[in-house]
Structure formats: C-alpha cells, structure tokens
Design a protein around this ligand. Structure first.
Ligand code: UDP
Ligand code: MG
Length: 136
C-alpha cells in the first residue's frame, strides 16, 4: 500500500549562505521527493520563535531562533511515499558529527546548530509546519 505524505523541509541559513540550495534540492529529487511548494524567505525572530515553539523550554531556544532568522532560508513541501521518515533518514542525525555517511547533515552540516536542513518529525507536525509557511 502506498502512503503518500508531504513533509516540510527547510534549507537553513548556513546552507543558503554557502549557495548550496540547488545542490540540496537535487539530492531531494534524486531520492524520489517532488518539491510541490517552495519559497525563499527571510523570517524575523518572532516568526522563528513561533515556528520552534515546541522547543521554547530548551536552553538552545533563543540561539536557535536567532539563527533561523539570521538570513534567507528556502522552505519546501516535499512529497513522496513515506516522505516524513524518509526525509529524516536522508537528513541524518541532528548533530552532523553523529550523522551517517551520505546524509545531508553529514555532507553539509557545520555543527549541531548550523546543521543545514530541517525536516518535520511526524504527520501532525508536517501539517502544522506546511500550513505555517504556506497557508494562503
Ligand atoms: N539544536 C541545537 N542544539 C541542541 C539541539 C538542537 O542548536 O542541543 C538545534 C538544531 O539546529 C536542531 C534544532 O535545534 O536542528 C531543532 O532540534 P531538534 O531536536 O528538533 O532536532 P532536529 O529535529 O532538527 O533533528
Ligand atoms: Mg525537530
């Protein structure tokens, strides 16, 4: 049985700054994802705080929100069978140092905070996150 899903992907400021967005988009396509929605934007700190609200009690929350709003990002809705889990696998571990060979964070990530990509972690959050950026 097929299980077509959409997941939210973000190419984070460290990767956009290094002009990696086309290369990373190719990786998604090569791995079977269709980019069904896409925009390049620069969000402000309060928008980042809203997006990462689930992390508001974490010690890294303030730095994380400052970082996500520090420069342009590319936000995308990616679609394929089992998109949510497959994107998490393609991205690799949160800390690039722990990410498997061949994953996006291993290839492009600089550090645990500058780890180049975001991906939704559940069906529920994918819907919330896609609506957050594309609800018009
Ligand atoms: N993060 C961080 N320090 C930490 C843990 C996470 O800066 O100790 C950042 C990192 O950029 C990560 C984001 O916060 O991508 C969200 O954390 P989460 O645990 O949800 O990781 P992800 O789902 O992105 O792998
Ligand atoms: Mg997460």
């Amino acid at each position: 049985m097929s299980n077509t899903e959409q997941t939210l992907s973000i190419i984070k400021p460290d990767a956009v700054e290094r002009d990696l967005q086309d290369e990373i988009k190719e990786e998604f396509k090569k791995n079977g994802f269709s980019i069904v929605k896409e925009k390049k934007i620069h969000i402000n700190k309060s928008e980042a705080e809203q997006f990462y609200k689930v992390h508001q009690t974490k010690p890294f929350y303030n730095d994380l929100c400052a970082y996500l709003s520090s420069g342009p990002i590319v936000v995308m809705a990616l679609e394929k069978d089992n998109a949510i889990l497959d994107n998490r696998q393609l991205m690799g571990a949160t800390n690039p140092k722990e990410a498997n060979e061949g994953t996006l964070r291993k290839k492009y990530g600089i550090s645990i905070d500058k780890n180049s990509v975001h991906g939704s972690d559940s069906v529920e959050n994918a819907k919330i996150e896609i609506d957050f950026f594309f609800k018009d």
